[in-house]
Write a protein that binds this ligand. Sequence first.
Ligand code: NAD
Length: 307
Amino acid sequence: MSNAKIGSVAFIGLGIMGGPMAANLVKAGYTVTGFNLTQPPIDALVAAGGKGATSIADAVRDADAVITMVPADPHVEQVMYGPDGVLENVRPGTLVIDMSSIKPSTSIGVAARGGELGLRVLDAPVSGGEAGAIEAVLSIMVGGAEEDFASALPLFEALGKTIVRVGPYGAGQTVKAANQLIVAGNIQLVAEALLFLERAGVDTEAGLEVLGGGLAGSTVMARKGDSMRARQFKPGFRIDLHHKDMGIVSEAARELGLVLPFGALATSLVAALRAQGDGDLDHSGLLLGLERLNGLADSPRSAGGNA
Ligand code: NAD
């Protein structure tokens, strides 16, 4: 069945990212069976035209492809391994695609075990945030065998716009780690520019508009500038998850014998915000941490608006 067209997809982890991604696969015509730790996202998938499962085994049993989108390494290991996990319950030849952001070494381990069981495993972390997931314009960085990438491409095309195989197993995660390094640094500098403009009494809407058209412009600025100006830090992408990702970058750089000075600073600033109890805020909440560093009282946090 390895070259057969994919018709049915099991989707494990229907959170901020997985929920809209699974719904986009339904829209693209796939039969999607979802499983999540909590029930409401399963109900939402069913309302969107998908099917609900009562366990991982139940979800994956008849699937041509399985996609997992869970928070971090321990969750991926829990979902993949063991008698109730994905690897033991799928049919031989099934494509198993983990789209979570985790350590490259964990992805390599999943691919090795999957290979022993005759499965075709890809790591395919994404960038683009909740809005990118909803709009099906994610960037998808894929590690794994070329022929498996080719089989999975129609699925990826229903989820994203920029889809690149970057190398063998684990390479997708390495590229994602680089992505998170750039995003954290970029958010911090957008926050610093914003506070700087505010303190100088400049109209920040006009300021960010013109900055966005020049070399300083970035997707971070375009997607998060307005919500940062409004101090709306509803996730989006949680500081807790970015803290996890900065740990992945730091560990990988250390293993490579590399020093990443600005990355180290960004890692600390993310960790500080988390230590202050704000791990559940969007990562644009780095602006809040910057305000504290400047002795400014906490801005009122909005519960709405930012994606
Ligand atoms: P989330 O916390 O919103 O969703 C994770 C979902 O996984 C939850 O619904 C949870 O119930 C489910 N889950 C956890 N363990 C499970 C298990 N054992 N079985 C079934 N379901 C399980 O997280 P998210 O924001 O959707 O992020 C998911 C992954 O995508 C993370 O690795 C994150 O780093 C990455 N990511 C997130 C964003 C973003 O903007 N949110 C962007 C790019 C990448």
